[in-house]
Design a protein. Structure first.
Length: 115
């Protein structure tokens, strides 16, 4: 898209702006490659994708996800990850009311046995 804009500007005689757009396009391409090449632990990859670390480990064992780390210290490239689709199988998210109820703490005096 940025190269197309540079071509358009170059075509209409604005060579300096075209050069800036081409430079920006090259820099963006390098940054995106570096971002995709970053390796993540399975715990970090689980946070990014929404899948569990165990599921990602199974994907690596099955060969569906390449291991970018060592055999017993698996890592995955950010560019190889796919986000978990919303609305699929798995535990549905808790409603806000259920979350607040589950976080209530029982006072310690209620836990003691009366003698």
């Amino acid at each position: 898209m940025w190269n197309e804009r540079a071509d358009f500007l170059h075509q209409y005689g604005d060579r300096n702006s075209a050069r800036i757009w081409r430079t920006a396009a090259v820099e963006l391409e390098h940054v995106l490659k570096a971002f995709g090449a970053e390796t993540l632990t399975l715990a970090d990859a689980a946070k990014v994708t929404g899948y569990s670390p165990d599921y990602l480990r199974q994907q690596i064992a099955a060969g569906d996800l390449p291991n970018a780390g060592r055999k017993n210290a698996a890592r995955v490239r950010r560019g190889d990850l796919k986000a978990k689709p919303h609305g699929g199988r798995g535990r549905p998210p808790r409603r806000a009311a259920q979350q607040s109820e589950s976080k209530q703490v029982t006072p310690i005096n209620k836990l003691r046995r009366s003698t």
